[in-house]
Ligand binder design. Structure first.
Ligand code: SPV
Ligand code: MG
Length: 285
């Protein structure tokens, strides 16, 4: 029996969470042992050829939640950006995400339309009161049956640590189950300070995209609950896919690639083709 997302968060063991962007990446992450998944807004946008700036309609996010949760059995935390507008879109999305099988939804306190945290450009926050309303609306719409993560981008937009802590407190008081604190420093310093001052008031999730050389023992010692590897597999897959196309185009042959590809049988087994063959014997005419 898999641990629920609540159990994973409550044990505060810096559990690695795999960033995924479709059902295939989700299956591969689960197969390698990840206990929880993050449906990345950046990953999902990129795989649809659009920017992580609310260019992808949210029904596409809901469809992907459905495919991912049909294909995996570990809890899925969904990156829902700002909740796609106001409290109303946030609560409708939360209800539908739960129905599609999500274990949790994360929303961030940036102004809609958001920009990826590392994209530069104008990064503006909503007021904490407005954001707290979204959190309350999501909680009421899902009767406490969906894990709600409130992400503050205070440090991303250059606000103070006090502002980040104040916002996190307001969000926890509004009913958020956990806080995601994001930082764009290349060191762990900001997160370390946040964790000390936060004093385990609610579980915390981090996303070490820029401070990725930190040793994993520091995550554990800090008391964070989850560590999201948001985009590393996406970046690795861009490199592997480019290499494959480059080689095929140049050589007009897959011979050079043989040692870097799985077999067609492996692809079939990923989507359980055997089951269909057995069903054909049982039910086919
Ligand atoms: C995502 O994966 O879309 C995230 C994490 O929100 S980050 O890109 O680091 O902001
Ligand atoms: Mg995102």
């Amino acid at each position: 029996m898999n641990n629920t997302f609540t159990e994973i968060m409550n044990r505060r063991l810096a559990t690695p969470i795999a960033g995924v962007h479709d059902a295939l990446s989700a299956k591969l992450a689960e197969r390698e042992g990840f206990e929880a998944l993050w449906l990345s807004g950046l990953g999902l946008s990129t795989t649809h050829g659009v920017r992580d700036a609310n260019e992808l309609p949210w029904d596409q996010v809901l469809r992907t939640i459905d495919y991912v949760t049909q294909s995996t059995s570990v809890p899925l935390l969904v990156d829902a950006d700002t909740g796609y507008g106001d409290f109303n879109t946030a609560r409708i999305f939360a209800r539908r995400a739960k129905r599609a099988g999500a274990a949790g939804v994360c929303i961030e306190d940036k102004r809609y339309p958001k920009l990826n945290s590392f994209a530069g450009g104008k990064q503006q926050l909503d007021s904490p009161e407005l954001f707290a309303g979204k959190i309350r609306a999501m909680g009421d719409a899902t009767s406490g049956q969906l894990y709600i993560v409130a992400r503050t981008e205070a440090l991303i937009v250059g606000s103070s640590m006090d502002e980040a802590l104040l916002r996190a407190r307001i969000y926890a008081d509004a009913g958020a189950d956990a806080i995601l604190i994001h930082s764009k420093l290349t060191t762990f310093d900001e997160i370390h300070s946040f964790m000390k001052a936060w004093n385990q008031r609610a579980p915390v999730i981090i996303v070490p995209t820029t401070y990725d050389t930190t040793t994993s023992s520091r995550y554990l010692e800090s008391g964070v609950s989850g560590v999201i590897w948001a985009n590393q597999a996406l970046r690795a897959s861009v490199m592997a896919t480019s290499e494959a196309y480059r080689s095929l185009y140049r050589e007009s042959s897959p011979v050079q690639l043989q040692s870097k590809m799985v077999s067609v049988a492996d692809i079939f087994s990923l989507v359980n083709n055997n089951e269909l063959a057995e069903a054909e014997v049982k039910y086919g005419a």
